[in-house]
Structures are given as structure tokens and as C-alpha cells.
Design a protein around this ligand. Structure first.
Ligand code: ACO
Length: 232
């Protein structure tokens, strides 16, 4: 997705993935040029995401991010905006098949979009992996807000996540969330521990990353407030 301004200058980085929270966006807004440009970038990507999911309106806009503790990961390469991923904590009441209810507060995937011109080329996976590293999170330990068929396919394909009990709310929490034996091995699709011994599940080829990326260090808690660095 093209924009009529220099995205890397706006994001103050030539890195592919940057992360933005309310404080960092607030600082950008104080600049008379960058404020409107940042809003245009986020709002445009939010609109495209809503359209791709057939939602009545965008769930990601700059205005909606301000004042929240949510974080927006932006994928920008060669001055093209290619994807967004928004995460934040949500309090959820989850019922199991026996009807018992449990309150949990996982980090949740709230909005995830890769531009149509480059879907299924690994960009979503890269964006997701950067988010996991930055948030120090595991895919099976996340909640997913109204996941689309494409996102469900993505999670099954890359992380072996498919089994869940449908909830009255819009969220999906995979059974693995409650499974103490479920582990994720970096570089492999996630599987229950007993499945890992099966040779057919071992990778036969290594994954190549299509664009250079700086692997982020986990964001320490103190950087999330006050001195938060806006980009990875
Ligand atoms: N049809 C079916 N599965 C798909 C499709 C598709 N058109 N596109 C991606 N996938 C799944 C498949 O499992 C695919 O693996 P395969 O090609 O081997 O079958 C895998 O994702 C590909 O992985 P990536 O290339 O890393 O993923 P991508 O860059 O396409 O990003 C994403 C995945 C974000 C779901 C993207 O397809 C997208 O933006 N879709 C439209 C918007 C959307 O549905 N977003 C999720 C909304 S729900 C929420 O945000 C909580």
C-alpha cells in the first residue's frame, strides 16, 4: 500500500516492523506533519483490514489506540505498508465443554491484516513472530478476537492450533491454552509434547525470511511506560 510520504522517515526507522503504543503515538501527534501522516497510515490500514474481514467499520484507528494499553505492530518495507497486527489484554469468561466457567486475561490478537497484494508470502508469519518475541508470548497462550477463516488456517498451518470450544463471546481460546503439556518449539509448528517424537512433524526445509528484519529484544516492562521506544 503506497502513501504519498516517506514512511520510514515517519516511523523514524528503516526496520521492517515497528511497534506503537498510545504514548509513542501521542508524541508523534505533537509534530504538525507526523501527527496527520501517522493517523493516515494507521486509519488507512485499519479500513483495509475491516474491508477484508467484512466488518461494518474499522477496529483499528489512531484515535481508538490512543488512551489504551494496546500495541500496534506495523509492517513497512521499501516505503510500502504491508500489514498491521494489534494486540491487547482482555478479560474473558471462558466455558469448557462441561459448562464450567473460568475468568482469564490473556493477551489477545485484536486485528491482523496483510495487504491483499502480498498475502500468503510469509509476511503475516513474520509480523506475528516479531509480536510474539516482543510480547514474550506464545501463540497457544493468546486469545483471538473473532478470528477469520484465514486466521484460523494461519494458526493451524504455522502453530498446529485448531482445537477449541466455541464461546458465546467472539473470542477463540484454544484448548492448548489450558493444556500444561502443550509446548512450542521455536522453528517448528507447535504440537502437544507427545506429538513431537513423530518424525513426520519435523521440518524438512528451513524457512527463508523474505525481507531483512531486526529481531527485536523483548520489551522490558519499564519501556512500556514513559521511555517506550516506538520502534523495533
Ligand atoms: N485462504 C486460506 N488460508 C489463508 C489465506 C487464504 N486466502 N491466506 C492466508 N492463509 C493462511 C494459510 O494457512 C496459509 O498457509 P498456506 O498458504 O500454506 O495454505 C497461511 O495463512 C500463510 O501464512 P502467511 O503467508 O504468513 O500469512 P499472510 O501473510 O497471508 O497473513 C492473514 C495471514 C493476516 C490472516 C492474512 O491472510 C489476511 O490479512 N487475511 C485477511 C484479513 C483477515 O482475515 N485477518 C484476520 C482477521 S481476525 C483477527 O484479526 C483477530
Amino acid at each position: 500500500m503506497d502513501f504519498p510520504f516517506d514512511l520510514h522517515m515517519l516511523l523514524d526507522s528503516d526496520r521492517v516492523v515497528s511497534v506503537w503504543d498510545s504514548a509513542a503515538l501521542g508524541r508523534r501527534r505533537q509534530n504538525p506533519m507526523w501527527g496527520p501522516q501517522m493517523a493516515q497510515l494507521i486509519d488507512t490500514m485499519g479500513k483495509l483490514s475491516a474491508k477484508a474481514q467484512s466488518l461494518p467499520g474499522p477496529i483499528t484507528t489512531q484515535a481508538k489506540l490512543l488512551g489504551t494499553d494496546q500495541r500496534l505492530y506495523l509492517y513497512v518495507d521499501q516505503n510500502q505498508a504491508m500489514g498491521i497486527l494489534k494486540v491487547g489484554k482482555k478479560k474473558l469468561f471462558i466455558r469448557n465443554p462441561a459448562g464450567a466457567c473460568r475468568e482469564i486475561e490473556p493477551l489477545c490478537v485484536l486485528d491482523f491484516y496483510v495487504h491483499e497484494s502480498c498475502q500468503r508470502t510469509g509476511i503475516g508469519r513474520l509480523l506475528f513472530e516479531v509480536m510474539l518475541a516482543s510480547e514474550q508470548a506464545q501463540p497457544h497462550a493468546l486469545g483471538y478476537d473473532r478470528p477469520s477463516p484465514k486466521l484460523l488456517g494461519f494458526l493451524a498451518r504455522h502453530y498446529g492450533l485448531s482445537s477449541y470450544f466455541p464461546q458465546a463471546n467472539s473470542f477463540v481460546v484454544f484448548d492448548a491454552y489450558f493444556d500444561p503439556d502443550f509446548i512450542r518449539v521455536p522453528g517448528l509448528k507447535s504440537r502437544a509434547r507427545h506429538d513431537l517424537a513423530k518424525p513426520s512433524l519435523m521440518p524438512t526445509t528451513s524457512t527463508t525470511v523474505p525481507w531483512a528484519i531486526d529481531t527485536p529484544e523483548p520489551i522490558p516492562n519499564q519501556r512500556r511506560s514513559g521511555q517506550f521506544l516506538p520502534h523495533i
